[in-house]
Design a protein around this ligand. Structure first.
Ligand SMILES: NC(=O)c1ccc[n+]([C@@H]2O[C@H](COP(=O)([O-])OP(=O)(O)OC[C@H]3O[C@@H](n4cnc5c(N)ncnc54)[C@H](O)[C@@H]3O)[C@@H](O)[C@H]2O)c1
Length: 146
Protein backbone atom coordinates (compact mmCIF):
# COMPACT_ATOMS: atom_id res chain seq x y z
CA UNK A 1 0.00 0.00 0.00
CA UNK A 2 1.47 3.35 -1.00
CA UNK A 3 0.48 6.57 0.67
CA UNK A 4 0.81 10.20 -0.35
CA UNK A 5 3.46 10.61 2.37
CA UNK A 6 5.66 8.09 0.52
CA UNK A 7 5.21 9.88 -2.81
CA UNK A 8 6.04 13.20 -1.13
CA UNK A 9 9.21 11.74 0.35
CA UNK A 10 10.51 11.23 -3.17
CA UNK A 11 8.97 14.32 -4.77
CA UNK A 12 9.76 16.77 -1.95
CA UNK A 13 7.56 18.86 0.28
CA UNK A 14 8.16 22.36 -1.12
CA UNK A 15 4.95 24.12 -2.08
CA UNK A 16 5.18 27.09 -4.45
CA UNK A 17 2.78 29.82 -3.53
CA UNK A 18 1.71 33.36 -4.29
CA UNK A 19 -0.26 36.01 -2.42
CA UNK A 20 -3.87 37.08 -3.07
CA UNK A 21 -2.61 40.58 -3.98
CA UNK A 22 -0.20 39.35 -6.67
CA UNK A 23 -1.13 40.02 -10.27
CA UNK A 24 -2.07 37.21 -12.61
CA UNK A 25 0.91 38.18 -14.79
CA UNK A 26 3.31 37.82 -11.83
CA UNK A 27 1.82 34.43 -10.92
CA UNK A 28 2.03 33.17 -14.50
CA UNK A 29 5.68 34.32 -14.70
CA UNK A 30 6.39 32.26 -11.58
CA UNK A 31 4.51 29.21 -12.92
CA UNK A 32 6.39 29.45 -16.20
CA UNK A 33 9.83 29.82 -14.61
CA UNK A 34 9.20 26.90 -12.21
CA UNK A 35 7.48 24.89 -14.97
CA UNK A 36 4.39 24.15 -12.86
CA UNK A 37 0.67 24.42 -13.54
CA UNK A 38 -0.62 25.60 -10.17
CA UNK A 39 0.19 27.82 -7.20
CA UNK A 40 -1.18 27.76 -3.69
CA UNK A 41 -2.55 31.17 -2.65
CA UNK A 42 -1.56 32.02 0.93
CA UNK A 43 -1.78 35.00 3.26
CA UNK A 44 0.40 35.05 6.37
CA UNK A 45 0.99 31.33 5.95
CA UNK A 46 -2.72 30.53 5.76
CA UNK A 47 -3.95 28.83 2.54
CA UNK A 48 -6.79 30.78 0.91
CA UNK A 49 -7.12 28.98 -2.41
CA UNK A 50 -5.35 27.82 -5.55
CA UNK A 51 -4.59 29.42 -8.88
CA UNK A 52 -4.22 26.96 -11.77
CA UNK A 53 -3.85 26.95 -15.54
CA UNK A 54 -7.58 26.18 -15.68
CA UNK A 55 -8.39 29.37 -13.72
CA UNK A 56 -6.19 31.31 -16.12
CA UNK A 57 -8.07 29.89 -19.07
CA UNK A 58 -11.63 30.22 -17.83
CA UNK A 59 -11.62 33.27 -15.55
CA UNK A 60 -8.85 35.41 -17.04
CA UNK A 61 -8.76 34.70 -20.78
CA UNK A 62 -12.43 33.86 -21.36
CA UNK A 63 -13.40 36.46 -18.74
CA UNK A 64 -11.64 39.14 -20.81
CA UNK A 65 -9.50 40.26 -17.85
CA UNK A 66 -6.11 41.98 -18.11
CA UNK A 67 -3.43 39.72 -16.52
CA UNK A 68 -1.30 42.77 -15.66
CA UNK A 69 -3.98 44.38 -13.47
CA UNK A 70 -6.14 41.45 -12.30
CA UNK A 71 -5.30 40.31 -8.78
CA UNK A 72 -5.08 36.60 -7.98
CA UNK A 73 -7.83 36.80 -5.34
CA UNK A 74 -10.29 37.85 -8.08
CA UNK A 75 -9.75 34.68 -10.09
CA UNK A 76 -8.44 31.96 -7.74
CA UNK A 77 -10.39 28.82 -6.80
CA UNK A 78 -11.43 28.99 -3.19
CA UNK A 79 -12.99 25.54 -2.86
CA UNK A 80 -9.82 23.53 -2.57
CA UNK A 81 -9.95 19.75 -2.44
CA UNK A 82 -7.08 18.31 -0.43
CA UNK A 83 -5.68 14.98 0.77
CA UNK A 84 -3.75 13.90 3.86
CA UNK A 85 -0.31 12.25 4.07
CA UNK A 86 -2.03 8.99 5.06
CA UNK A 87 -4.32 9.00 1.99
CA UNK A 88 -3.66 6.02 -0.29
CA UNK A 89 -2.31 6.89 -3.76
CA UNK A 90 -5.23 5.08 -5.46
CA UNK A 91 -7.66 7.10 -3.35
CA UNK A 92 -5.97 10.38 -4.35
CA UNK A 93 -6.29 9.35 -8.03
CA UNK A 94 -10.01 8.70 -7.51
CA UNK A 95 -10.39 12.12 -5.84
CA UNK A 96 -8.74 13.80 -8.86
CA UNK A 97 -11.07 11.95 -11.24
CA UNK A 98 -14.25 12.58 -9.28
CA UNK A 99 -13.55 16.21 -8.34
CA UNK A 100 -11.90 17.01 -11.66
CA UNK A 101 -8.76 18.57 -10.23
CA UNK A 102 -5.16 18.01 -11.25
CA UNK A 103 -3.40 19.34 -8.15
CA UNK A 104 -4.08 18.38 -4.55
CA UNK A 105 -2.52 20.14 -1.56
CA UNK A 106 -1.51 17.72 1.18
CA UNK A 107 -2.74 18.92 4.57
CA UNK A 108 -1.78 17.65 7.99
CA UNK A 109 -3.17 19.14 11.21
CA UNK A 110 -4.34 22.22 9.33
CA UNK A 111 -0.93 22.83 7.69
CA UNK A 112 -0.06 22.42 4.03
CA UNK A 113 2.81 19.90 3.99
CA UNK A 114 3.09 19.29 0.24
CA UNK A 115 1.33 19.22 -3.10
CA UNK A 116 0.87 16.43 -5.61
CA UNK A 117 -0.17 16.65 -9.23
CA UNK A 118 -1.81 14.22 -11.61
CA UNK A 119 1.64 13.72 -13.20
CA UNK A 120 3.11 12.60 -9.86
CA UNK A 121 0.37 9.98 -9.50
CA UNK A 122 0.65 8.76 -13.10
CA UNK A 123 4.40 8.36 -12.60
CA UNK A 124 3.81 6.42 -9.37
CA UNK A 125 1.13 4.21 -11.02
CA UNK A 126 3.34 3.37 -13.98
CA UNK A 127 6.33 2.48 -11.76
CA UNK A 128 4.11 0.42 -9.49
CA UNK A 129 2.71 -1.46 -12.46
CA UNK A 130 6.21 -2.17 -13.82
CA UNK A 131 7.22 -3.55 -10.41
CA UNK A 132 4.17 -5.83 -10.25
CA UNK A 133 4.77 -7.12 -13.79
CA UNK A 134 8.40 -7.93 -12.88
CA UNK A 135 7.24 -9.79 -9.75
CA UNK A 136 4.69 -11.79 -11.75
CA UNK A 137 7.27 -12.65 -14.44
CA UNK A 138 9.70 -13.85 -11.78
CA UNK A 139 6.91 -15.86 -10.16
CA UNK A 140 5.98 -17.52 -13.46
CA UNK A 141 9.67 -18.27 -14.23
CA UNK A 142 10.13 -19.73 -10.75
CA UNK A 143 12.44 -16.95 -9.53
CA UNK A 144 9.93 -15.64 -6.95
CA UNK A 145 10.47 -13.70 -4.66
CA UNK A 146 13.65 -12.63 -6.52
N1 LIG B 1 8.64 12.43 -14.69
C1 LIG B 1 8.21 12.97 -13.58
O1 LIG B 1 8.74 12.76 -12.54
C2 LIG B 1 7.02 13.88 -13.63
C3 LIG B 1 6.30 14.14 -12.46
C4 LIG B 1 5.19 15.01 -12.54
C5 LIG B 1 4.87 15.59 -13.78
N2 LIG B 1 5.60 15.30 -14.89
C6 LIG B 1 5.27 15.86 -16.20
O2 LIG B 1 5.06 17.26 -16.10
C7 LIG B 1 3.99 17.64 -16.98
C8 LIG B 1 2.87 18.34 -16.27
O3 LIG B 1 2.59 17.70 -15.06
P1 LIG B 1 1.24 17.88 -14.28
O4 LIG B 1 0.09 18.09 -15.21
O5 LIG B 1 1.15 16.77 -13.32
O6 LIG B 1 1.33 19.23 -13.45
P2 LIG B 1 2.44 20.31 -13.16
O7 LIG B 1 3.14 20.76 -14.39
O8 LIG B 1 1.75 21.38 -12.40
O9 LIG B 1 3.43 19.55 -12.19
C9 LIG B 1 4.78 19.25 -12.49
C10 LIG B 1 5.49 18.93 -11.17
O10 LIG B 1 5.53 20.13 -10.35
C11 LIG B 1 4.89 19.90 -9.09
N3 LIG B 1 4.13 21.10 -8.72
C12 LIG B 1 3.16 21.71 -9.44
N4 LIG B 1 2.71 22.79 -8.79
C13 LIG B 1 3.39 22.86 -7.63
C14 LIG B 1 3.36 23.75 -6.52
N5 LIG B 1 2.56 24.82 -6.49
N6 LIG B 1 4.17 23.51 -5.46
C15 LIG B 1 5.00 22.43 -5.48
N7 LIG B 1 5.09 21.55 -6.50
C16 LIG B 1 4.28 21.76 -7.56
C17 LIG B 1 4.00 18.70 -9.28
O11 LIG B 1 3.76 18.06 -8.07
C18 LIG B 1 4.80 17.87 -10.30
O12 LIG B 1 5.78 17.14 -9.64
C19 LIG B 1 3.49 16.36 -17.62
O13 LIG B 1 4.09 16.27 -18.88
C20 LIG B 1 3.98 15.29 -16.69
O14 LIG B 1 4.17 14.06 -17.35
C21 LIG B 1 6.67 14.45 -14.82
Amino acid sequence: MHTIAQILKEKGTDVHHTSPDATVLGAVEMMSSKRIGALMVCKEGQPLGMFTERDLMTRVILGGRDPATTRIEEVMSTEVVFVEPSTRAEEAMAVMTERRCRHLPVVSEGRVVGLISIGDLVRWASRNQEFQIRQLKNYICGKYPG
